[in-house]
Each structure stands twice: as structure tokens, then as C-alpha cells.
Design a protein around this ligand. Structure first.
Ligand code: NAD
Ligand code: UGA
Length: 433
């Protein structure tokens, strides 16, 4: 099939490449000229394992191309996929201006029947608005569908090629049939449903995963007080198939471009119909507090942070991505700077993106994990990049001024900790040293 994907970000680029890999002809469109130039020159504007090679292969096979020309791409396409951003407005509601702009551009370029698919995460009722925006600008016939995206950053290619399910929300049976055929090569559960339910499935899924995280983080906070170990508790809970073992890793709370904005948006969606989503409000509140436990533990270990040198390992909101949107590291580093600390920070991939959000003469941007640890009074591990776990605590002790670690991701084992001189503060595990 001939596809046009509007928005070549984390979702649009990965989806476009994967649809090309399935044998479709795909044009990825973005209004950001730098992004398109980079892609055309063989570069990749985001870090995502496996993506670069897949792009190269599909471009060489003539199935994948990149452009800023929306009109020409829409004209040539049978299916147009909207994958533009839906960030939060100040009140938490989803900002639909990019969706509206893209839908209007599609409408103005219509030259025959097309199916317009929304992959962006949008509030319930948005696809009906998209239908109206387009219908008000063109007389050509078209179908709309909500096909929400469930990929995770850091494993986006695998998630897209091996999804747990595909949700197709459409009211027109022809649209459902065409989109089912498009997704069939993925050999997974394909659920066809109405548009509003499809839109809600996306928000409910993200809200549920966020709830699991805040739940286990609260259990961790209690474990710290009663002397239990949250990693053992999560293991024991997760063996119950009704609970499941995933998303039970206690830590410094969820960040990223999606859980924070989508939980806020769902609270707003409920509020708009006079329903107070009390549970989800608590999930958000717990999550916001969780990251500041790092500061509390640092103060417990060091006392006043004024003039202290604190190492930070990990700036991305999770490993294997360069995405720093709503990364816990941002709030934590801002608090440290307010408390008068000096910071030595390192991330394998995300430093350049992070520096666009926060830069200060009080922060030294290190080129390696070891360099960040040098001379520090304490070290905070905020993102569980694999390379951090490979550095022995004995070696780290040699580099640092004091052997104090706040491990926000429970990376080191009890055995490693007990054999080391470190004063080690983890999340929800008993004090071991
Ligand atoms: P992103 O910010 O990485 O990419 C969006 C892209 O759209 C940008 O490159 C921007 O330049 C482009 N764009 C905006 N308006 C345009 C227009 N009119 N024409 C052409 N290009 C335009 O965003 P993202 O992270 O890929 O997220 C996109 C959507 O997918 C959001 O609704 C998000 O909630 C949802 N989602 C994201 C993820 C994720 O892991 N990032 C996963 C599932 C769903
Ligand atoms: C999440 C969902 O997992 C995807 O299904 C969804 O498509 C996406 O949001 C979206 O809608 O954008 P993502 O944000 O990329 O994906 O990454 P996750 O792996 O879900 O991690 C999110 C945050 O939760 C990270 O900060 C991570 O550190 C944290 N987390 C995750 C925990 O603290 N504990 C866990 O057990 C799991």
C-alpha cells in the first residue's frame, strides 16, 4: 500500500520505517527541515536501537523516503497516518493544534478517496473533530480511524514489529478491512472497535501502567520503613499471573513524553464530563514526590548540600533513548542547584538534549561515567544504563571523595553492596551498608 506518515518523530519515523519493512511504500513528512535533511543524508535525528540500519535498508530498497512536502505526499498516498505531537497545555489538557494543522493540510491536498489514521494519542472525540475539520475543507470522500500506538522508546522497532496488539477504531467497515489488511503481516491480535473506545484504550493503558509504577513505589516507601525488600516483594507479586511481573520496578518515578502528559490529559478528559479521577490524581501526586526522595536521601547522608559535589549518572528518562522530556533528572538537578550543590553529570546519549533544558556553570558535563564520579561527595544513579552496572563499586570508591551512592534504580546487588565500603541508599530495600 502507499502510505504517507505526517510527523517523523519517535512514533512517525519508527512506524513509517516498519511499514516500509513490511513491503509498503512510505513517505515520512515533517515540517522540521533539519530533520528531513538529516534523514535524507543518511542520519537519524533520534537515538533508537536498530532504527538506523532499518532506515538505510528500506531507503535502498526504494520503499522509504523523506520530505517536507505534505501536499505531494498526501496526493500520492492511499493511507495518511497522523503522528504529530500532542503535548500538554498548561492545565494538563492535550494540545491538539498540531493535529488540527496536519488534518487541515491533508484536507487541502486531497485528490481522491483516502483513509486518514490517527496514531497520535488524542482525547476521546478527537477523531470526530478530525473528520469535521477535513470535511469542512474538501468534497473528496475519506475515511478516518484511530489506531493508537503502544511502542516504548528504547525498544520502539521491536515493539512495532512485534506488538502485543493492534487496535483499529473505525465506524466504516471498509476502513476496518483495509487497516486490518495493512496490519495483518504483524501476526498479532487485531482488535477492531469503535473510534471512541480505541481512543480510550490508549489513555487507559498508559494510566494503568503509570498506576502500577506509583503503586510499587508506594510499597517501596513502606518497605523502607518496615525493613522489607521491594524487589523481593515485586517478584513474589509478579508471579501471580493476574498481577504480572512487568512495570513493578520501584524507582524514582516515571518520566518521559507520555505517562506524565497522558495521565494529566485523562484527568482532564474525566473532569470535562464532571468525573473526578481520584485514583489517577493520586498516581500523579505519588510520582511527583518519588523523584524528590533522592534529595531527601542525599541530605540524610551528607547533611547540608551547599557546596557539595554530587555526581549524576543518567539524564534520559529511561535507558536506550536520548529523550529527556519530563526526565526525573531535570527536577532533581534543579533542586540540587537550588540547594547550592555542584554537579558532575553524565549520560551515554542524552547529554546534548538535556543541556537544551538545563545548563548552568555549576554543572560539569562529563564524557564518561567514571569522569562524572571523580571527586564527588555522593553519586546519584538516575537512569539504569547498562554500562553503570558494569562499573565495580571498588573502582568507584577510588574515584569518589566519599563512598556514598543514592541508587534510584536498584542497579547493584546486595552482594556487591555488602562487599563494598559504600553507604548505599536504594529504593525500597533495607539499608545494607
Ligand atoms: P515527536 O515530538 O517526537 O514528533 C512529532 C513530529 O511531528 C515532530 O518532528 C514535528 O516537527 C512534526 N510535526 C508537527 N506538526 C507537523 C505538521 N503539520 N506537518 C509535518 N510534521 C509535523 O512526537 P512523538 O514522541 O513521536 O509523539 C507523537 C504522538 O504519538 C504523540 O501524540 C504521543 O503521545 C504519541 N505516542 C508517543 C510515543 C513515544 O514513545 N514517543 C508512544 C506512543 C504514542
Ligand atoms: C510508555 C508505554 O510503555 C508505551 O506502551 C506507550 O506507547 C508510551 O509510553 C507512550 O504512550 O508514549 P515509554 O514512556 O517509552 O512508553 O517508556 P516506559 O518503558 O513505559 O517507561 C516510562 C517510565 O516509567 C520511565 O521513566 C521508566 O523508568 C518508568 N518505569 C517503567 C518505572 O519506573 N518502573 C517500571 O517498572 C517501568
Amino acid at each position: 500500500m502507499k502510505l504517507c506518515v505526517i510527523g517523523a518523530g519517535y512514533v512517525g519515523l519508527v512506524s513509517g520505517v516498519c511499514f516500509a519493512a513490511l513491503g509498503n511504500t512510505v513517505v515520512c513528512v515533517d515540517q522540521n527541515e533539519d530533520k528531513i535533511h538529516e534523514l535524507r543524508a543518511g542520519g537519524v535525528p533520534i537515538y533508537e536501537p536498530g532504527l538506523k540500519a532499518l532506515i538505510k535498508d528500506n531507503v535502498e530498497q526504494g520503499r522509504l523516503s523523506f520530505t517536507t512536502d505534505t501536499a505531494a505526499s498526501v496526493e500520492a498516498a492511499e493511507i495518511v497516518i497522523l503522528a504529530v505531537g500532542t503535548p500538554s497545555l498548561p492545565g494538563g489538557e492535550a494540545n491538539l493544534s498540531y493535529i488540527e494543522e496536519a488534518a487541515c493540510e491533508v484536507a487541502d491536498a486531497m485528490n481522491g478517496y483516502k483513509i486518514i489514521v490517527t496514531k497520535s494519542t488524542v482525547p476521546v472525540g478527537t477523531n470526530e473533530r478530525i473528520q469535521n475539520w477535513i470535511a469542512s475543507r474538501t468534497n473528496y470522500p475519506f475515511g478516518v480511524a484511530s489506531v493508537p500506538e503502544f511502542l516504548r522508546e528504547g525498544s520502539a522497532v521491536i515493539d512495532t514489529l512485534q506488538p502485543d496488539r493492534i487496535i483499529i477504531g473505525a465506524s466504516d467497515p471498509h476502513v476496518s478491512t483495509v487497516l486490518t489488511t495493512l496490519h495483518e503481516p504483524l501476526t498479532t491480535n487485531i482488535v477492531t472497535t469503535d473510534i471512541r473506545s480505541a481512543e480510550m484504550i490508549k489513555y487507559a493503558s498508559n494510566a494503568f501502567l503509570a498506576t502500577k509504577i506509583s503503586f510499587i513505589n508506594e510499597i517501596a516507601n513502606i518497605c523502607e520503613k518496615v525493613g522489607a525488600d521491594v524487589t523481593r516483594v515485586a517478584h513474589g507479586m509478579g508471579l501471580d499471573q493476574r498481577i504480572g511481573s512487568s512495570f513493578l520496578s520501584a524507582g524514582i518515578g516515571y518520566g518521559g513524553s507520555c505517562f506524565p502528559k497522558d495521565t494529566q490529559a485523562l484527568i482532564q478528559i474525566a473532569g470535562n464530563v464532571d468525573y473526578e479521577f481520584k485514583l489517577l490524581k493520586s498516581v500523579v501526586e505519588v510520582n511527583q514526590g518519588q523523584r524528590f526522595n533522592v534529595i531527601r536521601k542525599l541530605k540524610e547522608a551528607l547533611g547540608d548540600l551547599e557546596g557539595a559535589t554530587i555526581g549524576i549518572w543518567g539524564l534520559a528518562f529511561k535507558p536506550n533513548t536520548d529523550d529527556v522530556r519530563d526526565a526525573p533528572a531535570l527536577d532533581i538537578m534543579q533542586s540540587l542547584l537550588e540547594a547550592g550543590a555542584q554537579i558532575r553529570a553524565y549520560d551515554p546519549i542524552a547529554t546534548a538534549n538535556f543541556r537544551r533544558l538545563l545548563d548552568s556553570s555549576e554543572v560539569t558535563w562529563a564524557d564518561s561515567a567514571r569522569e562524572a564520579a571523580e571527586g564527588c561527595d555522593a553519586l546519584c544513579l538516575l537512569t539504569e544504563w547498562e554500562e553503570f552496572g558494569d562499573i565495580g563499586l571498588g573502582e568507584l570508591n577510588e574515584l569518589m571523595k566519599y563512598p556514598i551512592m543514592i541508587d534510584g534504580r536498584n542497579v547493584y546487588s546486595e552482594e556487591q553492596i555488602r562487599q563494598s565500603p559504600f553507604a548505599y541508599y536504594s529504593v525500597g530495600r533495607p539499608q545494607m551498608n
